[in-house]
Design a protein around this ligand. Structure first.
Ligand code: BEZ
Length: 239
């Protein structure tokens, strides 16, 4: 016979377990969460995403559907920025719920019509494993296709930024490179990049840094104090 006390204890333990599981699921895909999926299907077989990334940065982005106009221009635009991604040490991985043979036929179209060479990976996710894990399917928009999600992954396999657009709005891939520049710069120095910042513009010193000796050492070019919390310094060199 299970006593009422034991029954209540089991209920409490189960509740705690489910709450922590749900919390863990909710953290997936959020800023500073660990990248949790490892395997996916690409043209040459299965990919161990962690091993493939190695010590590089990663860009994982979903597109809603193969053979559609906006997605076609997005993959073409990404391919044309290959040098920009390589210079920043970023490996690119696209994902959609369509199947592999569809991807390869579509990539031929993109190469031909966008005059480019899509040589980054396009993951096939027909069973929604990756799309569900990262909340790329927003049922109020469409319950079977992904929205346009972007995940910026750092060399420690942490998701450092995310962007989400609806299917009807194509992304600006120069903005994606700008976000990577900001992440890489702010990892190296005690700075944050202000609104509309681009490489070469001044940056803000983080408010937590107040030690005058450290400030002098870290910002030899000096800085302007607009307000005690708003200090502007010339951009340090990107690593
Ligand atoms: C597009 O890429 O053009 C698209 C894809 C899915 C829904 C709407 C537009």
């Amino acid at each position: 016979m299970v006593s009422l006390r034991n029954y209540n204890l089991v209920k409490i333990v189960l509740k705690r377990y489910y709450v922590s599981m749900i919390k863990e699921l909710e953290m997936n895909g959020r800023v500073n969460a660990e990248l949790v999926f490892h395997l996916g299907r690409i043209a040459s077989g299965e990919i161990d995403f962690h091993a493939w990334l190695g010590t590089s940065w990663g860009l994982l982005f979903s597109h809603p559907k193969d053979f559609t106009p906006v997605c076609t221009t997005e993959l073409g635009a990404t391919a044309k920025l290959k040098d920009g991604f390589t210079r920043r040490n970023v490996m690119v991985l696209a994902v959609s719920v369509d199947a592999l043979d569809s991807h390869s036929q579509w990539v031929n179209d993109i190469n031909e019509k966008q005059n480019t060479n899509v040589d980054f990976l396009v993951l096939a996710d027909p069973d929604h494993t990756v799309s569900d894990l990262y909340d790329m399917i927003h049922p109020n928009a469409n319950d079977s296709l992904t929205v346009r999600s972007v995940f910026f992954i750092d060399p420690k396999k942490k998701i450092r930024a995310t962007i989400t657009y609806p299917a009807s709005t194509g992304r600006n891939f120069n903005e994606i490179l700008r976000v990577i520049d900001s992440l890489q710069l702010t990892d190296g120095y005690s700075v944050a990049t202000p609104a509309n910042w681009n490489v070469g513009n001044g940056v803000n010193i983080v408010p937590s840094l107040q030690d005058l000796e450290v400030l002098k050492k870290e910002f030899p070019k000096g800085y302007t104090v607009v307000k005690p919390y708003l200090r502007i310094t010339p951009q340090p060199d990107l690593m």
